[in-house]
Write a protein that binds this ligand. Sequence first.
Ligand code: IMP
Length: 432
Amino acid sequence: MPVVVVVGMQWGDEGKGKIIDLFAENVDVVARYQGGHNAGHTICFDEKEFVLHLIPSGIFHKDKLCVIGNGVVVDLRALADEMRQLEEIDIDLEGRLVISDRANIIMPYHGVSDQGREKGDGKFQKIGTTGRGIGPSYADKIARVGIRTCDLRDEKYLHSRLEANYEEKSQVLKSLYGQQLPEFDGLFDDLMGFREVILKYLADTHVLMRDLIAQNKKILCEGAQGTMLDVDHGTYPFVTSSNSTAGGACTGLGIPPTKIDRVLGVVKAYTTRVGEGPFPTELFDEDGEQLGTVGHEVGATTGRQRRCGWFDAVIARYAIALSGVDALILTKIDVLDGFKTIKICTGYKHGGKVFQDMPADPEVLKHCEPVYTEHEGWLQTTAGVRDFDKLPEKAKNFIKHLSDLLETPFLIVSTGPDREDTIQLGPLFPDS
Ligand code: IMP
């Protein structure tokens, strides 16, 4: 069972960083397949906290290979900064970090467009993006005008790719957002400067993955964001611009679907989202505030307050089906410790009907009313519990109820941010 994909089941921020970091101990390779530096994976160990935006969380385990796949969009400045920060804490990158030579580069004009659109004084649809140029960069990829990492190898070709973009971007930035694109030479020199830092890490990561799979290496594919932010299956248009579902691992790393052995889904014991868009179980009361405060629900990338609500089984079932999830990882159950009553949404009420499937239309979803089942809270601490039997009876029942409702077993229950605050209920690789 060498290839495992880990996917977020909600709107991101499910705690994937800790889980990937935990699993990294038992694998040879950790590979990112989509997104960019919009992601923020927080890892806590030795009483220290690190936030990674681009480089896979496996980098903290010294003997692991970390891959940034072709499906990721790479901001060279953000990458170079992250590399420097890791080197400053003595994390060796050479021979351990590999970046796809087919990944698209996020250019400075992508960030300007992204922020311009978001600030557009009502002229454009506000998505609540991270403002990091993710959408415009993927748009250029699909429009076939993107600049790729392999272009850095050939100065003349790189020059021609930037030339092919410059005039258009310059006009768009000026007329739509009132912004001046930096001089061509400055942009080009910046690219050339980053080339020195990045070139030695570039490789054909499809070939690398193919060979690693042939050698039976254990590979963990790390999804960023979450299912409901998937550009095809999420709450469009309030989504990110990549496929965060398990299928993204195939296209974003060049791994055939037949080589994926296991898909694990990470769910938080309640729901959060950042940015705009419908969120049926969102709470605007003291319970929502309590979830946000106790759960420290502040965005790791933008510092924005996350919107909070009860666990939504409609979303979780949808995410399980979309990615073919074999087992689940439940995070932040300890955040529910202080609640007398805990709710789970089991369906949506709309137009006099109750349904269990996700509607495509955001206006319908916006007006869906959640149907809840209630659970008596355990009102005892689960924080730091490492043995399932030591959980309060009511917390065990809650987990069992979730598992029944979602028709999927739990592999891990996480009871705190630290690596050690973990209840493991089964092996990561059952057949090995
Ligand atoms: P973008 O990915 O910056 O274009 O933002 C699109 C939407 O995805 C916005 O609602 C963001 O808040 C959300 N988003 C992007 N990355 C993350 C993440 O890592 N966690 C949670 N939400 C995210």
